[in-house]
Design a protein around this ligand. Sequence first.
Ligand code: CU
Length: 232
Amino acid sequence: MAPHSPGTDQIDTLLWIGFVAATLVVVAIVGGLLFAARKYRAARGDEPRQVQGSRRVQTRVGALLGVFAATLFVLGIVFTERAREVPATGPAGLQATGAEPLKITATGQQWLWRYDYPNQAFSYYKLVVPVDTTVELDLVTTDVIHTWDVPALAGKRDAVPGKTNEVVFRADEEGVYKGQSATFSGQAYTAMRTEVQVVSPEQYERFVRSQKVDIEAAQDRVVELIEGGETR
Ligand SMILES: [Cu+2]
């Protein structure tokens, strides 16, 4: 899963650092063992020598391991801190919100996500956001705990009853990013997927505008039908 938001970039880098560090440790241990076995082996039938490292060697190896562990610890803190930073909207993003992030509410319900945009338009399943724009997604739920999980854009976060949790991301490229259900939230939880469509700011504006017009037209039609039914 390629990262497509600054926060996930940092986490991706941290994962690679961890992977390389683990590989180094394995190579060093296996290499050291093979080296020692070859160097100190005795001829067949002879009793092998009992070899022990000097105090100095032990101290040096210990110090080296300590520095290695401390470095990993510090890198972990630095990258986690950086991943938490809220990025600013870039030049290609939606400028209408100024320095503020674009606020969208994501409501989890059994078993669908609903997205409410600032202009009162809403959509189900599909979230449309402008590229290069800082988006603050406020997660709420009408029933049980649901998890919003779009790995290319952000870490997993739960929508918890009675609480509002935030997910902040800034998508760096237009495209479609898939999200999956990550928490058991009842019988049909596996179908509770989502999709983030990252588009240009103009396309985003057009989408929320037409979505709002459609919703209002549908609501007017319903009112008409109900009133028409009463008079008949
Ligand atoms: Cu759910």
